[in-house]
Design a protein around this ligand. Structure first.
Ligand SMILES: Cc1cc2nc3c(=O)[nH]c(=O)nc-3n(C[C@H](O)[C@H](O)[C@H](O)COP(=O)(O)O)c2cc1C
Ligand code: SF4
Ligand code: SF4
Length: 383
């Protein structure tokens, strides 16, 4: 029997755990229809804001940094501002999507006053949104990323919005929090039904010839497939502590990455950069890769493996710290490039006339085996 990848998120049945994350790729009903066509379980629409200035993005607004150095190593550096729609047009777009697609439509808002948070949330509910993300983490937002007491404000905003509407509210958090556990427990208590972990970070790149910021001249969001590890850690830590759903966001390039988030306890997995760079068909590919994983492991449903990694994470006192391996160079495969010699700061690799060998100083750290491009180094058990 083909594995079933359907899942429940915020009490809503989704046919896939893959949600297309808010960005230009989810701005209009036409683009949302493409997400549905290629098998997304739901869509979070591009964030709408009440700050008019932020509805207009500069050009160009995308730069790929460090590209050409491998699939997982690039940085997508971008300054795409909020949805170009005002609240009326955004609500109309929600209603249009509800008419034209059958997947869950999650709206996303970022507001500047208490009143506006509540009124805008109500408008989106009335327009037919199945749920609402409150974007408490936009790296280009007016005040969210900078003010003191921000963590308390996140909880207060959650409370304000949950008291104004009946649809599920999902705060989207930034990764730069002093204490994510307290914040997430706070928003849970304030009535949130889920949480998105995490948004991207705000960064800077500099043109050293012009001695100025690149592209639009300011700070910019940055992310890429390398960015999966931090949210993965926090999801694994938070999911056993929460009663609400976690939607993972950050660094998903493949079905295997999505499986990692599910193993860490996420209910759904959001994808953004993958769709921006590869187009909407990547959704279908990621769904089939999740199915392949489930077939390989004889899994019929996502609930059979969701959160399975959480109680396998070892703490400080639980790890096996004995030295159990050492490196050995296969002389047949070695190309005498010297990379292991340069990298071994334990001084355990020697070289003599182009011949590289590992000595008894080897600390078993594993670095040389990772660095060798010729697969010439194995880590062998110590007798
Ligand atoms: C170009 C661009 C625009 C984005 N716009 C929004 C947005 O409007 N609202 C929001 O909550 N997140 C926004 N994000 C963040 C993404 O939704 C997502 O959380 C983040 O990119 C991490 O996921 P990824 O590694 O799959 O890209 C944007 C990201 C990018 C790259
Ligand atoms: S890195 Fe690999 S190929 Fe290069 S010297 Fe060491 S073992 Fe040989
Ligand atoms: S495993 Fe570590 S200590 Fe041993 S040779 Fe390789 S780099 Fe040096």
């Amino acid at each position: 029997m083909k594995p079933d990848i359907s899942t429940k998120y915020l009490g809503i049945e989704l046919k896939s755990p893959i949600i297309v994350a808010p960005a230009g790729i989810t701005e209009t009903a036409d683009r949302i229809a493409l997400c549905a066509k290629y098998g997304a379980g739901a869509v979070v629409m591009k964030t709408m804001t009440d700050v008019e200035l932020m509805r207009n993005s500069p050009t160009p607004r995308f730069r790929l940094l460090k590209k050409g150095k491998g699939l997982r190593n690039f940085v997508l550096y971008s300054y795409e501002q909020a949805s170009l729609f005002n609240s009326d047009d955004y609500a109309a777009e929600i209603a249009k999507s509800r008419r034209e697609t059958d997947i869950a439509i999650i709206a996303s808002i970022a507001c500047s006053t208490d009143e506006s948070w509540q009124n805008t949330a109500k408008m989106m509910e009335d327009a037919g949104a199945h749920a609402l993300e409150i974007n408490l983490s936009c790296p280009h937002g007016p005040d969210m990323a900078v003010s003191m007491g921000i963590e308390k404000r996140m909880i207060d905003i959650t409370e304000l919005v949950t008291s104004a509407v009946n649809i599920p509210i999902v705060p989207k958090l930034p990764s730069q929090l002093t204490d994510p556990i307290t914040v997430v427990k706070g928003i849970q208590k304030a009535g949130a039904k889920g949480v998105v972990i995490f948004n991207r970070l705000l960064g800077l790149d500099i043109d050293i010839e012009k001695q100025s910021p690149i592209m639009h001249g300011g700070f910019a969001g940055h992310g890429g497939y390398y960015s999966i590890h931090y949210p993965l850690r926090w999801i694994a830590e938070l999911s056993p502590l929460l009663d609400i759903d976690i939607s993972a966001s950050g660094g998903v390039a493949s079905g295997d990455d999505a499986v990692k988030y599910l193993l860490a306890g996420a209910s759904t997995v959001q994808i953004c950069t993958s769709v921006i760079l590869n187009g909407y068909p990547v959704i279908e590919k990621i769904n089939s890769q999740i199915i392949e994983y489930m077939e390989k492991h004889d899994l019929e449903s996502i609930s059979q493996f969701r959160g399975k990694v959480c109680n396998r994470i070892l703490g400080l006192n639980d790890m096996d710290r004995r030295k159990s391996v050492r490196a050995e160079i296969d002389q047949e495969k070695c190309k005498s490039c010297g990379a292991c010699f340069n990298a071994c700061f334990y001084g355990a690799v020697t070289q003599d006339n182009g011949k590289y060998e590992v000595t008894s100083k080897c600390a078993g750290c594993g670095l040389c085996a990772e660095i060798c491009d010729f697969d010439a180094i194995s880590m062998l058990p110590l007798e």
